[in-house]
Design a protein around this ligand. Sequence first.
Ligand code: DUC
Ligand code: ZN
Ligand code: ZN
Length: 474
Amino acid sequence: MTAPRLDLVIRNARVATASDTYDADIGITAGRIVQLGAGLPEGAREIDAAGRVVTPGGVDAHCHLDQPMAPPLRMADDFDTGTRAAACGGTTTVIPFAAQEKGQSLRAAVADYHRRAEGKAHTDYAFHLIVSDPTPEVLNEELPALIREGYTSFKIYMTYDDLKLDDGQILDVLAVARQHGAMAMIHAENADCIEWLTKRLEAAGRTAPRFHAHARPMLVEREATHRAISLAELVDVPILIVHVSGREAVEQIRWARAQGLTVYAETCPQYLFLTAADLGVDDGYHGAKCVCSPPPRDKANQDVIWNGLNDGLFSVFSSDHAPFRYDAPEGKKPDGEEVAFRHIPNGIPGLETRLPLLYSEGVLGGRMTLNRFVELTATNPAKAYGLHPRKGTIAIGSDADLVIWDERELVLRNANLHHAVDYTPYEGRTLRAWPAVTLVDGEVVWDGHFHPRAGRGRFLPCGEPTLAPNPRRA
Ligand code: DUC
Ligand code: ZN
Ligand code: ZN
């Protein structure tokens, strides 16, 4: 009996996973990788990848899409434009946040977020939860049930008035993570210090965008990182500190690891490629484009982040895509005004540029191996949030989410990007690679042109995180 014909063969690929690099053909049927090897039989369709590196599609485990905002603010990207941009930049799975408003049930937040995603996504997607109101009902009923249903990670904020939890609430939520084997992600900045500094800056008339960085110095991140670690130690649960920006927070995480604590860390492109100077060197408003939290630091801190990416301190490299248009009343100029930094919506776009930036400067710049690149951008995020090995690797049985890389110089222009934001913080930067082809579940979504198909992207219920050991099993 002859074997059924493969739907697609990607021929002569230089396959890179988190552990290996080798030459092979990749055989795909029904959206999955079914064969890997030399000289595979002819497929119904063939793509020649001769001379090209093929990596797993990226998993962007920290991005914000169509997240409800207080008026007049509105995110520029929804699941259509956000996942379109993701796919064109080589990311094939996104994990944005179903955010609970205070007073809202968590389940209502999840239902609302499904409505926002349904039928729109061009990549597969899962949801993290944001817990902003941990009532007894949320802690005892909703969270455990949602974890069982595939929402196995949640973000805890230590800052932002409408989202932050106090230490007692954080302990309560961490205890649920421990009991039910979920992954807790922590935004570590000290809210009271930020408020105190902001008021002093405002009293001195220092309200231009660049003062955002003055209101959130490294100290406020260091203190909150240490406190988050201590709270997790008390509960005895692994945590993942998101968007780590520089040395002092890194030192806290290294210290925790030296004590034997399981503390994972994420960083983002803005902490490698931007500095506080990008928020402005004078009182002009353009720096609002780069207002995000924690803020970008300086060159010395960038070097610390590069080291941490290489030596295993960081497990995950995400975009923290938080898309606001610059010249828009729902974006960086609320109601059309150039406002004081306190009122500028936090966040920068980065879904489409995350992989090309790290591939260009990290892999081709000689700062990290190709395998480490795959681990940070695809394999580890899939493991951390319970999607591996379906996502994040090239293996038999995995979804055929792949990137064929084109190593050539190009100049980054927002006009060539696919998000709905009117700028990129990296305008004019020279890159050394871009995806030639992105496949999602075996379908070509990007090959220099974007190929939309309504409803392609599927919701992925997440399993138990596998990056961290589950303390219940210890
Ligand atoms: N900081 C966050 O914590 N979330 C979204 C954007 C940002 O800058
Ligand atoms: Zn955050
Ligand atoms: Zn974020």
